[in-house]
Design a protein around this ligand. Sequence first.
Ligand SMILES: [Zn+2]
Length: 347
Amino acid sequence: MTVSHRFNAEPPAFGDAVEIRPGILWIRLPLPYRLNHVNIYVLDDGAGWTVIDTGIGTDQSIQAWRTLLAGVLAGRPVNRIVCTHHHPDHVGMVGWLCRETGAELLMGEVEFLLAQYYANAPHAIDGRAFRQLYLLHGLSEDFVAHMMSEGHDYQRRTTGLPLSFTRLVAGQTVMIGARAFEIVTGGGHSSLQVMLYCREDGLFVAADQVLPRITPNIGVAGIEPSSDPLQHFFTSLASIRDAIPDGTLTLPGHDWPFTGLHQRIDTLVEHHHARCDIVAEACRDGARTVADLVPVLFDQDLSHHQMSFAFAETLSHVNYMIGQGRLRLDTSGPVWSVGLKDRSPLG
Ligand SMILES: [Zn+2]
């Protein structure tokens, strides 16, 4: 095991761990995407390990977990697994891991139920809700067909869930070893992501809410097409910024632990406001569909996997701007469009 007390240590190789504070292990699991890893954290809880997040449900993850359980984690039981949110790269291995170790699952109720929803209702992913949403917003039939099969493959990469769990609620304190962690929850990236804050040690397990390099996907899903996740994200970032000091060592779900939380939050907020301005500019000459706006915000050639995220993210900006009164949605035709809302000359 590589031991380091520096937050800027080199990331651990797959199968290895970096001890970022005594009893807190930073581990990476492989993802089969351009973002090629997810961070998990394994904490010494006195009697054994508490694992935070589990990786995506693939054979590669099973191999990685077998290596960890027989290697850096060997000799002590995995007692508890905390899943921060229902996305497959975080919740994907929880079924397998609970079966393998007998660990108890701790999760926010909303995220647990969402994970159950997607696990029990595969037609929710393949079905009309998503199809309709894409078609109404101007994507072609052909593209939608590809996206439904390839783009949604990610959603299916899970290994089930245990039938029971222990609920984590905002404001509650969870002891992990000698450390007290306050549960923080927030929307935006997911419905109600769970984060853990240890004030005494200046540690914040941020999951995907605040990432050091990339912006977490803020997307509208077919399950709730008129939702406004960007507004929820802004609200959550503001409350995190209020409650958690800048110098806190933040442990994110991807890339590397970092300090400078407030600066990073400010950058994320500015980024999304700038994206809204780009959308407004693109609508200046007339109404556009959400499908038209995707390449305005994402100028690269997108795979179907990336396209499903790009579309969801573009729609989140559109829904936010509708909520803010900047855009208006025209649902009169077979394909919907958005345009700048008329402003009266008197403002
Ligand atoms: Zn993630």
